[in-house]
Design a binder for this molecule. Structure first.
Ligand code: PSU
Ligand code: MN
Length: 308
């Protein structure tokens, strides 16, 4: 992209620009988790606390969203409040939506996909969130596969997440990532975490024993010009993990409701998250918040190791 075009569509905050110029660690954060992933006002509280945790770890947070037609890297607290309050009224913006929102000068909440795109354009290499999109259950007939997987295949950003939920087909998601050449690393684990639980029954490709080790793998990938990103799957801390049978029963119930109502496309993931939160009386939301805190702390450590 030319400099001119970049300036037209990309706005990086002064703080983030300075950090990048000085080679300081920066951690990107998404906004769909704020508008579509959690209810107000917990979403805003969480988003602001996440930034604080990153700062405590000595890195600079960069919450990303589309604000009035600009990919905004380093949202202000006011912008976070605005996105959180508007919730589902903000467009959930994946790759296919991005040019439309930019051209129309509209707002959008960035998914893992569009957060990676904006982060990469700004020069940020590490991004931390809760969960990524993946291959949905039943995808063999619905073909519902999140654009997040394609983005991981082509955009050079390391994504720290807590694995993927079993609202998805975890096995097929891992197969897809293998085909696309995306390394799936487990942080101090051999098992792919399943978001609310540390167990999924599926293996990651490699276990990493430290943030430095994960950063070195990503460094090697960047240095060799291997296209795409990487996944660092960080299990939810034991103290906050949910009971496997309990959460799976609620996920099944949410999926059945989704089916019954005929919900499809981009509305599926937000619907399921909300339904599971309601069915578990808020317990899944608390787990979700805690795993995000855990992920951003690790993201900050990886970002620090990467700039060394
Ligand atoms: N998983 C979560 N919380 C979220 C999402 C996924 O636990 O908020 C969001 C992320 O922004 C992710 C998106 O990129 O949902 C995936 O949506 P889809 O499956 O429509 O691609
Ligand atoms: Mn989808």
């Amino acid at each position: 992209m030319s400099h001119e075009a970049l300036a037209r569509y990309l706005q990086v905050s002064d703080e983030v620009q300075a950090a990048l110029r000085e080679g300081k660690p920066v951690v990107a954060l998404e906004s769909t988790i704020i508008s579509h992933g959690m209810p107000y006002p917990k979403n805003v509280e969480t988003a602001l606390h996440v930034e604080e945790i990153i700062r405590q770890h000595g890195a600079v947070p960069a919450t990303i969203a589309i604000i009035r037609g600009k990919m905004t890297v380093g949202c202000t607290a006011e912008q976070i409040e605005y996105l959180g309050k508007r919730g589902l009224d903000v467009s959930k913006a994946s790759r296919r939506d991005l040019p439309v929102l930019l051209a129309k000068g509209e707002d959008g909440a960035t998914t893992v996909t569009t957060t990676m795109i904006a982060a990469s354009l700004a020069g940020i290499r590490v991004f931390a969130t809760g969960g990524i999109g993946g291959v949905h259950r039943g995808a063999t007939t619905t073909m519902d596969i999140s654009a997040d997987l394609e983005e991981l295949a082509q955009t050079p950003v390391l994504v720290v997440c807590a694995g993927c939920k079993s609202i998805l087909d975890i096995g097929l998601t891992l197969e897809y990532l293998e085909t696309k050449g995306v390394p799936v690393l487990g942080y101090k684990t051999q098992e792919m975490p399943a978001f609310y639980t540390t167990h999924s029954g599926f293996q990651v490709d490699y276990a990493m024993s430290s943030p430095e080790e994960a950063a070195a793998v990503f460094r090697a990938k960047l240095d060799c010009g291997l296209r795409g990103g990487m996944l660092l799957a960080n299990p939810i801390p034991d103290a906050y993990a949910m009971d496997l049978d309990y959460i799976n029963a609620n996920i099944e119930a949410a999926l059945a409701e989704c089916d019954r109502l005929g919900i499809h496309g981009k509305a599926i993931t937000p619907f399921l998250l909300d339904k599971i939160q309601k069915l578990t009386g808020g317990a899944s939301l608390e787990a979700n918040i805690q795993l995000v805190y855990n992920n951003v702390a690790l993201g900050a450590e990886v970002a620090k190791a990467l700039v060394k």
